[in-house]
Design a protein around this ligand. Structure first.
Ligand SMILES: C[S@@+](CC[C@H](N)C(=O)[O-])C[C@H]1O[C@@H](n2cnc3c(N)ncnc32)[C@H](O)[C@@H]1O
Length: 232
């Protein structure tokens, strides 16, 4: 089980990388410029092939970091984007960036994603790189709340780390790449499906983000994976 205080401390400290690494690297943690370019190119092409046309749609981005995806949704003419992030420092960087890029339709809300509340319904719920930092009780709370933010046609796109064989946990280990202690839980595909099925969601499609042999499949135990769900 991860220590939520250490997880929060790690993310708060990422704001210190602002302006010393690329904007996207602050939260996606890929700090090698060549890998970052490949990552952005290949992920964009897959994620936007899976999402509907966002023009005039509303998007809820849970665990948004500084909003690297939020801004891509805004660039694709989403009507409104709510970016929920528990680190005040990261949300502040995102807020300033929304002003700088002139996107008044982006709102950053500081809250744990699993405790976020609103009466609004969103067309798209996007959850990227968040589940790996949640313990099971937090993940269950998050998923059980999602229906409140959806109407009949809403969809959920999860983009997150998964493990190939069995649950894989990194518990407060020093990372050379990040120069910090790091924690994350990689759930199996089946665990993700169980989590969403038991909360009343149906899988539409799922796939690893990168094909086997891709340079960004860096670790033998884990794969970045996409899951698309709707309500049963
Ligand atoms: C890997 S980053 C992903 C950021 C963004 N979604 C992206 O894909 O670039 C994970 C983000 O989730 C945030 N986070 C972790 N646990 C959270 C929680 N319980 N509630 C809200 N945000 C959380 C972190 O602060 C961090 O910004």
């Amino acid at each position: 089980m991860l220590d939520p205080i250490k997880v929060k401390k790690f993310w708060d400290s990422r704001s210190r990388t602002f302006q010393s690494v690329a904007f996207e690297s602050i939260a996606n943690l890929e700090q090698n410029p060549e890998n970052l370019e490949i990552k952005i190119r290949d992920e964009n092409s897959k994620v936007f092939a899976w999402l509907p046309n966002l023009c005039n749609k509303s998007v809820l981005d849970l665990g948004a970091g500084v909003g690297q995806w939020t801004f891509r949704f805004a660039e694709r003419q989403a009507r409104k984007i709510t970016a929920v992030e528990f680190s005040e420092n990261l949300a502040e960087i995102g807020r300033n960036e929304a002003v700088r890029r002139d996107f008044p339709n982006i709102e950053f809300v500081v809250s744990p994603a699993e405790k976020f509340e609103t009466t609004e319904k969103y067309d798209v719920i996007f959850i990227s790189g968040l589940f790996v930092y949640l313990n099971d009780d937090q993940a269950e709370m998050l998923v059980s709340n999602l229906k409140k933010f959806m109407d009949e046609n809403s969809i959920i796109l999860v983009r997150d780390g998964s493990s190939i064989v069995s649950r894989y946990e990194i518990n407060n280990k020093f990372s050379e790449h990040l120069q910090a202690d790091y924690s994350a839980t990689y759930r199996t595909r089946e665990e993700y499906l169980q989590l969403f099925n038991s909360a009343g969601f149906k899988l539409i499609q799922d796939e690893n983000m990168f094909a086997e042999g891709h340079p960004l499949n860096k670790y033998p135990e884990t794969r970045l994976r996409l899951f698309l769900f709707n309500k049963i």
